[in-house]
Design a protein around this ligand. Structure first.
Ligand SMILES: [Zn+2]
Length: 124
């Protein structure tokens, strides 16, 4: 299926997702012209006058509810994390591994200084 572009008049094949509703071809100038014309059409309708009027109280309440919901979600997540015994155990184990690694390194360095000519184990 092909159509005439409303803006340049050339033939084009509409995107299958838009189909027959597509008014402009794929050239940038035509797409911009189409956008300009649809913006003008929207402005010239009656709706825009007052489209945003009186919406603020609703938006304000919506934002407030949303904020409370987000904060509640964070608190729930934090509580779940604090109360997880496995996570606490893992934390302790990771800390212990860090300490042991540090200790091991210090001992290795001490041994190397005491016997500088001793064969060293290969480090990987
Ligand atoms: Zn065109």
């Amino acid at each position: 299926m092909s159509k005439h572009c409303d803006f340049c008049g050339r033939f084009f094949v509409p995107d299958p997702r838009v189909g027959n509703r597509q008014r402009s071809c794929f050239r940038k100038e035509c797409q911009e012209a189409r956008k300009r014309s649809s913006k003008r059409a929207w402005r010239e309708r009656e709706t825009p006058r007052g489209y945003f009027v009186g919406r603020y109280p609703y938006v304000k309440e919506w934002r407030h509810k949303r904020r409370s919901k987000v904060i509640q979600g964070m608190e729930t997540a934090l509580k779940a994390r604090e109360g997880d015994p496995l996570a606490a155990e893992l934390d302790a184990a990771m800390k212990r591994i860090g300490e042991i690694t540090m200790e091991n390194e210090l001992l290795r360095e001490k041994a190397r200084r005491a016997h500088p000519l001793a064969p060293r184990r290969s480090k990987r």
